[in-house]
Design a protein around this ligand. Structure first.
Ligand SMILES: [Zn+2]
Length: 479
């Protein structure tokens, strides 16, 4: 049986159109999905949108639309952006989908049966921007530091989940890496969060209109976060397709940004434990992007539109830049200046130049690459070395290392050209010219194949130019 690989992005909140931050996570997930497909695994790559909550209802009202009309429009812009960026997702889940609502109902009924929820009075400060309760300690000058807004004092009857009952178990699972949290500093952060008193948490809201009813109390809506997390199971048939569900669950990898670690690494595992489902295998947390050194925010007007970027620079350039420039897992900066510099040095001068030089000389010498090319020892061992580095980097989700290994192969080719001067060989030693050029073409084919998860269009274009079809996968052995 084929190995499966179930990878998810967070579902993006539909109060605003996609920006470079959401594009970043989605591109990263797409690169991993493509890589695992190349390894012959059965990949399920899920993305989608989170469409409920008071913040959406307010944004819709401001725009003079119903919440549904409002989210429908935003969802279109997400789908368009992902198409432009060549994101090959397997499924796109919306929390307004019927399948999602039905799955959430089933989950909540199970949770009720488990005896782990109870009703209680809740009083607390609530930030609508975050869609979560916030403690006095977290406020700066009485305001939410992320939204620069004063939280609302809320007092209402809610249903609560006995989170505390599960925390010792969650802690053990994280400590023992049964639930892997990466990078390591995030794992530490989660473990120190677990030392604090997190309290039980409320899973419903009384005065919210735009959301999913609690199946056992129609006066209450499901707290948007509790419901959103369910997308990872509702999309793969939790409600009524047990065959599909059992095939893909548990997820192999949840990719998330660092602002939602607590929900994914603590609340989500606790909820799953409560109803007896397996936990995801790994949560990988990436950092924040700043724009020209500044925090990205709507109010600063520096939100970068990925559709604009793709139209101007091409999808592959954006995909390459995001994953090369920033060490995945760390914070990083996005700037057009750096993007243009990288484009010129790495893509146009590095990769583009190599391919066009070798192609021109090969045509002149009449060299065509055949699939059964015998490789020279030196080339072979360099390719093997790069493959090993690349595979290791991809397993560890170190995209910039993987890309660096490809560029190592580009440098290797450049050096070979400098050393052998094939432009002279073409004039005075045809046999040697053919030998050198076919080695270079073989290596370029390898470069194109390794590049495919990152730059699918460029990869296909190179393979076409060297007259190789896309299916030369045999050259991509697993370690
Ligand atoms: Zn806030």
């Amino acid at each position: 049986m084929k190995k499966k690989f179930y990878i998810t992005t967070p579902i993006y909140y539909t109060n605003q159109a996609p920006h470079i931050g959401t594009a970043y996570t989605t591109v990263a997930a797409d690169v991993l999905a493509r890589y695992h497909r190349k390894l012959g695994e059965e990949v399920f790559f899920l993305t989608g949108t989170d469409e409920h909550g008071e913040k959406i209802a307010q944004a819709a009202e401001k725009a003079g639309k119903t919440p549904q009309e409002f989210v429908d429009k935003i969802v279109k812009s997400f789908k368009k952006a992902w198409e432009k960026l060549n994101i090959e997702y397997s499924d796109f889940i919306r929390t307004t989908d019927e399948r999602h609502k039905k799955g959430v109902e089933k989950f909540l009924l199970k949770l009720k049966e488990s005896g782990k929820i109870y009703q209680d009075e809740y009083r607390g400060l609530y930030c609508i921007g975050c869609e979560k309760f916030i403690t006095k300690k977290e406020l700066i000058n009485g305001k939410c530091p992320d939204h620069q807004k004063e939280p609302k004092l809320i007092s209402e009857t809610n249903y609560f989940f006995k989170l505390n009952d599960f925390l010792p178990q969650v802690k053990k699972l994280i400590e023992s890496d049964k639930l892997i949290i990466e990078p390591k500093e995030r794992k530490k952060e989660v473990l120190s969060l677990l030392k604090q008193d997190l309290g039980n948490f409320s899973i419903s809201r009384q005065n919210v209109k735009w959301g999913i009813d609690l199946p056992f109390d129609k006066e209450q809506k499901t707290y948007v976060w509790v419901e959103a997390l369910q997308n990872y199971i509702t999309a793969i048939g939790y409600k009524d397709d047990s065959k599909k569900f059992n095939k893909y669950w548990p997820a192999d990898l949840h990719l998330i940004a660092k602002d939602i670690v607590k929900f994914h690494a603590i609340f989500w595992p606790a909820l799953l434990l409560a109803i007896g489902l397996k936990l995801p295998k790994k949560i990988f947390v990436h950092g924040y992007l700043t724009i020209n050194g500044q925090k990205m925010s709507k109010s600063l007007g520096n939100v970068v539109d990925p559709i604009y970027l793709v139209d101007k620079y091409g999808a592959d350039t954006i995909r390459y830049f995001l994953l090369k420039e920033i060490s995945f897992g760390q914070d990083g900066d996005f700037s057009i200046k750096r993007l243009e510099e990288r484009y010129n040095s790495d893509l146009a001068n590095g990769l583009g130049n190599l391919v066009s030089r070798v192609l021109t000389l090969s045509e002149k010498a009449g060299v065509i690459l055949s699939n059964s090319e015998e490789s020279d020892k030196e080339f072979n061992s360099e390719i093997r070395l790069v493959q090993e580095k690349y595979n290791k980097a991809m397993e560890e989700i170190k995209f910039n290392d993987a890309l660096e290994s490809i560029w190592q192969l580009i440098s290797f080719c450049d050096e070979c050209i400098e050393k052998n001067k094939p432009w002279e060989l073409v004039e005075n030693n045809q046999d040697k010219a053919k030998e050198v050029l076919s080695q270079l073409l073989t290596t370029i084919r390898e470069i194109a194949l390794l590049l495919e998860p990152f730059m699918p269009e460029t990869s296909e274009e190179i393979l076409k130019q060297i007259k190789q079809n896309k299916k030369t996968e045999a050259l991509f052995p697993r370690l």
